[in-house]
Write a protein that binds this ligand. Sequence first.
Ligand code: ADP
Ligand code: MG
Length: 231
Amino acid sequence: MMEKNTMLFSLKDVGKEYQGPAEKIIIFSGLNLDIAEGDSVAVVGASGSGKSTLLHLLGTLDNPSRGTVLFRGRDITAMTAEQKAAMRSRDVGFVFQFHHLLPEFNTQENVAMQAVIAGMPRREAMKKAAHALELVGMSGRAGHRVGTLSGGERQRAAIARAILMHPAVLLADEPTGNLDERTGDSVGQLLMDLNRELGMTLVVVTHNNSLASLMNRRLELRAGELYDQNC
Ligand code: ADP
Ligand code: MG
């Protein structure tokens, strides 16, 4: 029988632990979570509560110790390394606290670079980059070296890079953590615009309450458990 699955992600009894030098470190003992297509979700929690680990599991950068992570009904824990890499480049955009852009290249080149490395013809990648920069309000900075951009502009460029391939989901790890309040608010607003206008699902780890309050749903990680703050 066909199972209808409208969820973008479904985590079922996901455990994550590390073997420390002396004892096991248990990060998650059994997470269950559904994230609907098009939703916007804030993940909050103390430092060390496993927020980044959760994003890495969603983005196939890490594997759970047990349980399954379904992406559109497909078990990503069963994928080969190649399938995971393909999923990351096609379906997932990452935004981090630090932008990891190369200061000596211009903004458009930075946005295009991953796609060129992955084999896309340079012309096509640069065209997509120009469009992505337009979507984040950065067309006027396309030819500027990243080293000359402000913090907020760099984060916009990092978001443009993340949305280059029109991914299904943007996974953002403290995207405003390095920005002043006003700049952080405008980056938060941009993420919400991408969610509403392009239908990109958002999962945003943040300590920033005003950013978290923009999201449709708030999850808190505490002692290895997830609490849905809307319930
Ligand atoms: P957060 O993003 O909420 O601050 P993390 O997901 O980065 O938390 O980390 C959760 C916990 O897992 C932390 O206690 C961290 O020390 C531990 N941890 C993360 N990666 C490893 C690793 N490779 N080996 C051992 N412990 C790890
Ligand atoms: Mg973290």
